[in-house]
Design a protein around this ligand. Structure first.
Ligand SMILES: Nc1ncnc2c1ncn2[C@@H]1O[C@H](COP(=O)(O)OP(=O)(O)OP(=O)(O)O)[C@@H](O)[C@H]1O
Length: 305
């Protein structure tokens, strides 16, 4: 079996001594080559922390991360050369011109693909002769992405790569991602809040909730499992009406609207019979699933694969 590109084992990360902020509370993930993983989670859920622990930029409090065979806290130069990273706040050299930053970065990598870099700069209309300092947020982000792609990394980690991009630049960026992942040896992990983008490019999704992975698996499978049911019963339903493990349940008279995380047809049939109800099943998009998973009082999911 091909070893995972990233193997995260019981990872914990806390900040501060008193009070200690426990951000990651036991994260397990095994990411095979060729995966495009979209990482979702509410603000402050620990997405950047997870990426930084994976890159050896933060030391795990407990547990471990193995990246391309190396422990993330002791990455060899050889493994570092196979990684690309775009942090949430791209750091570059404000006094240099764009062309100079590119040349400076290229000098570190024997595998630098200048043709790819030239093409991306043209596509994203990066002003090569301008200084980096006054570039807009979106231009800086585009530049950071170009710099991270130039050496054609095997593993690319992107922390909210499209947050500063306008819709057309986002589209271009996603197109590029789709092109570069047309290579089974390349793996991408990216965090985002834009679920529609994630749906377009990711083949797997990981959802961080309460310091753990609430779901990790294929997007289609998640959509098959999380459904919203409208249950229209013959008589008023009791206020205590509940479906065990439901993410959210609202009852109004004879109608209940319930989001479930482990749907199967048997459940719908059971509800039809038990409540003499008309049960309709609605598909949810990723954004709706995310909102349901984070509804007040929703249980921690048992859908991790
Ligand atoms: N160096 C640090 N020192 C103390 N606390 C930190 C540090 N880095 C992160 N945190 C805390 O860890 C928590 C998770 O932060 P993180 O940036 O990983 O979340 P995130 O999911 O990426 O958030 P967002 O979606 O808003 O970017 C936050 O409460 C943050 O304040």
């Amino acid at each position: 079996m091909t070893p995972p590109v990233v193997a995260i084992d019981a990872l914990e990360k806390s900040f501060g001594d008193y009070p200690t902020k426990r951000v990651l509370r036991g994260v397990n993930l095994s990411i095979p080559p060729g995966t495009v993983l979209g990482l979702l989670g509410q603000n402050g859920s620990g997405k950047s922390t997870l990426l930084k622990c994976s890159l050896g930029l933060l030391r795990p409090t407990a547990g471990s991360v193995t990246v391309l065979g190396d422990d993330s806290w002791n990455l060899s130069a050889g493994v570092k050369a196979r990684l690309g990273y775009v942090p949430q706040e791209a750091v570059t050299y404000p006094w240099m011109r764009v062309r100079q930053v590119i040349a400076y970065t290229a000098a570190f990598y024997p595998t630098w693909n200048q043709r790819l870099v030239d093409e991306l700069c043209q596509r994203w209309r990066l002003p090569l002769e301008e200084r980096v300092g006054p570039l807009s947020v979106g231009q800086l982000q585009s530049l950071a992405i170009v710099l991270a792609l130039g050496h054609e990394p095997e593993l690319l980690m992107l922390d909210e790569p499209v947050a500063g991009l306008d819709p057309s630049a986002r589209r271009e960026f996603l197109r590029t991602i789709l092109e570069i992942v047309d290579n089974p040896r390349r793996t991408i992990m990216f965090s985002t809040h834009i679920t529609s983008d994630l749906e377009r490019v990711a083949n797997r999704v990981a959802i961080l909730k309460d310091g753990r992975i609430a779901y990790y698996g294929e997007l289609d499978e998640l959509k098959d499992r999380v459904k919203r049911l409208r249950i229209a019963a013959a008589h008023d339903l009791p206020q205590s009406f509940k479906i065990p493990g439901a993410l959210r349940c609202e009852v109004a008279g004879a109608v209940a609207t319930v989001s479930v995380n482990d749907f199967d047809e048997q459940l719908a049939d059971h509800l039809r019979t038990a409540w003499s109800a008309d049960v309709t099943v609605h598909d949810l998009n990723l954004e709706e699933i995310f909102v349901e998973m984070h509804a007040a009082g929703s249980p921690t999911l048992a859908v991790t694969r």
